[in-house]
Design a protein around this ligand. Structure first.
Ligand code: SF4
Ligand SMILES: [Zn+2]
Length: 259
């Protein structure tokens, strides 16, 4: 996934998974930088940001915060309402774009996120239920860089269950935001997690088996036909893109028209 000689940008939301990941990487001796996107969701974002800042300052770790409110004058919920699209879909585009751009700008070749087994198994279930084959191809705990401006994406906690991570966070006295993002209420991902938890209660090991077996099959498939996404530079911002203009620039252009 990565070596000790590589600098790691860690995407930190203020939740348990990302702070546990940052703590582990720091203890293992990696040079890291925290990267926080302040989504501008009222009290939830204020608490999230303060958890990240407190964590980093207590350990003297560097971090960067990118605030949507400062850049666009709107938080993610207002942006999504203006665009007439679900908050999580706009949020995904904005977070992915900014995380990659900021990590690359600071010279970090790797971006690590705190996704755990529950996240990945739930995402896999959603992708399978809807036969989203494009997404299935990209669902890997380590996505290589296929463009000089694209940093490698890794998910080192993908084998650990959410409960295990929460237990370790409590034992290590890591202070994280317990509340979920208010926009996650009613999300399909939470429904899939609930379904998988019920299966797990009846048949322990289901989640591991489901996700890890998928990864084994994916690895075998990739050896036959390696993934080589055709990326170019966005005509507007210069960041890697599959189309002439990247999805972030298209979203921001639509936002400007809609306001
Ligand atoms: S729940 Fe949706 S809006 Fe909230 S952080 Fe996650 S993707 Fe973004
Ligand atoms: Zn762009």
């Amino acid at each position: 996934m990565f070596g000790l000689d590589e600098d790691i940008a860690v995407a930190v939301s203020g939740g348990k998974d990302s702070l546990v990941l940052w703590e582990i990487l720091t203890r293992l001796g990696y040079r890291t930088m925290g990267l926080h996107i302040d989504l501008g969701i009222g009290a939830y974002s204020e608490i999230s940001r303060s958890k990240v800042e407190t964590f980093a300052r207590a350990r003297n770790l560097p971090f960067v915060t990118h605030a949507l409110q400062t850049e666009h004058g709107l938080g993610i919920s207002e942006m999504a309402a203006t665009l007439h699209r679900p908050a999580c879909s706009a949020c995904g585009v904005i977070k992915r774009y900014n995380m990659n751009a900021i990590a690359a700008e600071h010279g970090f070749p790797v971006l690590a996120t705190g996704h755990n087994l529950d996240d990945e198994a739930a995402r896999l279930l959603g992708n399978v239920l809807h036969w989203q084959e494009d997404y299935l191809e990209k669902q890997s705990p380590a996505l290589p860089s296929s463009h000089p401006k694209l940093v490698r994406k890794v998910k080192p906690l993908y084998r650990l269950a959410e409960r295990e991570i929460a237990a370790w966070a409590v034992l290590q006295k890591i202070d994280y935001i317990v509340d979920e993002c208010p926009n996650s209420q009613g999300s399909k991902l939470l429904l899939y997690k609930d379904v998988l938890n019920r299966l797990e209660a009846e048949a322990p090991g289901t989640k591991h088996h489901f996700y890890l077996q998928f990864l084994d099959r994916q690895k075998a498939r990739e050896q036959l036909t390696p993934l080589t996404p055709d990326l170019r530079e966005c005509a507007s911002c210069g960041q890697p893109s599959t189309g002439e203009v990247c999805s972030y620039c298209r979203l921001i252009a639509t936002l400007k028209v809609a306001r």
